[in-house]
Design a protein around this ligand. Structure first.
Ligand SMILES: [Cu+2]
Length: 154
């Protein structure tokens, strides 16, 4: 009885979104969690693990150089140890990751006004990487420490 009432309320609340043709993600009943990734020169401040569920990644640049947040998922057969080794080397082979991903870019002092929305599943591992260089002769930021591994908790 209580559950039925709850669902009724939810349906009413979603009606305006349905009428305006909002993306289907807003019709889900799961709560949206926000995770903020902060870039500095040259590192990410990011959680090492995140809960499963629908998650919006926000990107803030507190450094003095432009930075990016590449976010992509490792294939399931890539262990955490191997993923860390790839990231430490500053390069992840195509065979180790999904053939899709997202990128947010922010200049110094800027918070990207877009978020990356991901439905995180338990056990997944995601990479964060910045491949920017300060100049053509300088190393990629991945080589300076701008890599991180995000593990999705069960
Ligand atoms: Cu960078």
């Amino acid at each position: 009885m209580v559950i039925r009432m709850g669902m009724g309320v939810r349906t009413v609340l979603l009606l305006p979104a349905l009428l305006t043709g909002a993306p289907s993600v807003f019709q889900r009943s799961a709560p949206l969690r926000y995770v903020t990734i902060v870039a500095t020169d040259y590192a990410y401040r990011a959680p090492t693990s995140v809960p499963a569920g629908l998650t919006a990644f926000q990107f803030v640049n507190r450094g003095t150089h432009p930075h990016e947040m590449q976010l992509f998922r490792f294939r399931p057969d890539v262990s955490a140890q191997r993923a860390r080794a790839y990231l430490a080397a500053g390069a992840v082979p195509d065979s180790a990751a999904d053939m899709s991903g997202s990128v947010l870019i922010a200049f110094p002092g800027v918070t990207a006004h877009e978020d990356v929305l991901v439905s995180l599943a338990p056990g997944e591992r995601y990479a964060l990487m910045c491949e920017f260089r300060d100049s053509p002769t300088k190393p990629k930021h991945t080589m300076l420490g701008m890599v991180a591994l995000l593990e999705v908790r069960s």
